[in-house]
Design a binder for this molecule. Structure first.
Ligand code: FPP
Length: 246
């Protein structure tokens, strides 16, 4: 961690956690064991993010597409999530971590929604890091929701079509008020964005690794951060700061 430069840290890291199933399969275990081990990686990555001073960490924990999985797997993921929220509350309070969820949260089982509300409420005054769980999340759905909101505003005469700009769209997304991700990580040798934060990652650095999520721990995370710090982030065509990143 010594060679991580504090001044060039990403403000917002977003992660597509992939490969739990393959991790389990390699060991002739069932997929649920893979998710359990994946939850251990979540714990470690949250802890390390806070330690090195990342202000925003967003994890893709359950996609809109994940509803197509077998019922028992969905149930196991929901139980794991609840267990995670309960077991990590103390740590979040000690370490100043605020938890929030983005996505179509109303589609989650009522007990999970309740646990999310409770954790969000109890951690709401924390200021050191925001941990965002994307749940029942799909980026196109998010953009659709934003557009519908704007269309209603236009219909009601509160917004004129000329007022529609990037800021207005950004402020209609679930990530309203958050900085855009600087670094997007995806594990398990899949080189896709899969409907995650499509609008928000326009200028993010991408880091893809073959490591499966249950094996993505501190060392590998530090490698991703180092790689981010090595890359020249070009601000405008000249590579000098001042313009927008390209
Ligand atoms: C992908 O593995 C991962 C998920 C479907 C969701 C991520 C969930 C966790 C890391 C566990 C619990 C989360 C929290 C927040 C405690 P996959 O099943 O798609 O893997 P595969 O592509 O190898 O089958």
């Amino acid at each position: 961690m010594e060679d991580i430069k504090a001044e060039k840290l990403p403000r917002h890291v977003a992660i597509i956690m992939d490969g739990n199933g393959r991790w389990a399969k390699k060991r002739a275990l069932n997929r649920i064991r893979g998710h359990e081990e994946g939850a251990e990686s979540v714990r470690e990555i949250v802890r390390v993010s806070r330690e090195i001073g990342i202000p925003f960490l967003t994890l893709y924990a359950f996609s809109e597409e994940n509803w197509k999985r077998p019922g028992y797997e969905i149930q196991a993921l929901m139980n794991l999530l609840k267990r995670f929220l309960r077991s990590e509350l103390k740590e979040m309070l000690t370490n100043g971590i605020r938890l929030q969820a983005i996505g179509r949260i109303h589609k989650l089982p009522e007990d999970v929604q309740e646990e999310l509300r409770k954790t969000a409420r109890e951690t709401s005054r924390n200021r050191d890091m925001v941990l965002t769980l994307a749940l029942s999340y799909g980026s196109r759905q998010e953009i659709l929701d934003a557009i519908q909101g704007i269309a209603k505003g236009v219909k009601a005469g509160k917004i004129s079509p000329e007022d529609i700009n990037e800021e207005l769209i950004s402020s209609g997304l679930y990530t309203e008020g958050m900085p855009e991700p600087d670094l997007l990580i995806r594990t398990s040798a899949e080189y896709r964005v899969s409907n995650f934060l499509l609008w928000q990652i326009a200028y993010a650095e991408m880091y893809f690794t073959p490591t499966l999520w249950p094996e993505f721990r501190k060392q590998e995370y530090m490698e991703a951060i180092r790689e981010y710090q090595r890359r020249e982030r070009r601000f405008g065509a000249t590579g000098e700061r001042g313009g927008r990143e390209t």
